[in-house]
Design a protein around this ligand. Sequence first.
Ligand SMILES: NC(=O)c1ccc[n+]([C@@H]2O[C@H](COP(=O)([O-])OP(=O)(O)OC[C@H]3O[C@@H](n4cnc5c(N)ncnc54)[C@H](O)[C@@H]3O)[C@@H](O)[C@H]2O)c1
Length: 249
Amino acid sequence: MSRLLEGRVGVITGAASGIGRGLAEAFVAAGARVAIFDRTGAEEAAGEIGGGTLGLPGDVTDEQRVAEAFETVATAFGGFDFLVNNAGVRVQVPFTEQTLESWRQTIDVNLTGTFVCSQAAVRLMLPRGGGKIVNLASTAGALALTERAAYNASKGGVMALTRTVAAELASRGIQCNAIAPGIVETPLSARYFTDPRMTEIITSNTPLGRWGQVDEIAGPAIFLCSEASSYVHGATLFVDGGWNAAKGY
Ligand SMILES: NC(=O)c1ccc[n+]([C@@H]2O[C@H](COP(=O)([O-])OP(=O)(O)OC[C@H]3O[C@@H](n4cnc5c(N)ncnc54)[C@H](O)[C@@H]3O)[C@@H](O)[C@H]2O)c1
């Protein structure tokens, strides 16, 4: 990836693992300075990536910790140009067996965490003339994946929140968009790839005939955090090998 993010500084949440980790590496290669905010492994991941990457431990649902960590980033980096809301969790369970506790936990991390981090980032971005927010939604926010009620609802909420932030704050320099990946090979989705029934479902429903790799999310995220996307606001970009598009008949 060319140096599309030269001189940009910001935060990627949940970037100690999976998609977020891949994004952090790709952002650094594209010229950015990145702070990883993750409840586990933030400092270790930052040390491994290098390039001045900062590792900040914390939970995206903890409003006070998020505000304090993001302030630290703005001071250390001398700015706050982007936020990628990537931290997420998923529970797979039949609808009739989903506990209220696991429902609340999923909504709390995936949707409320996105709100908490976005608000903290916007408060730092506005006095600096604006910034870019990219939210990790999912095809699950648009298509009903069975046994994932809380996850699907949380990601549909992320898409709605993305549109709202864009509508309310575009005129003040805040650009907010979402990426909706299909199935991407990470620890979160690892169980799919050892289950022949799931691999058949994924490959037959995806026009491209395969699941995605972490580095295939990096290009769209870099685009949405760079000047190349300046007229893209409130959009959800499906990065799913054509899965969502192919749901017609
Ligand atoms: N992998 C896929 O197939 C896929 C598909 C669509 C969307 N997504 C979305 O992409 C994002 C990343 O998923 P992934 O597959 O890389 O998952 P992952 O499990 O590999 O990584 C998630 C990261 O988020 C962190 N995290 C979880 N809860 C947190 C919290 N409360 N506070 C701070 N950090 C927290 C974890 O510690 C972990 O490092 C998620 O939002 C997920 O819903 C993934």
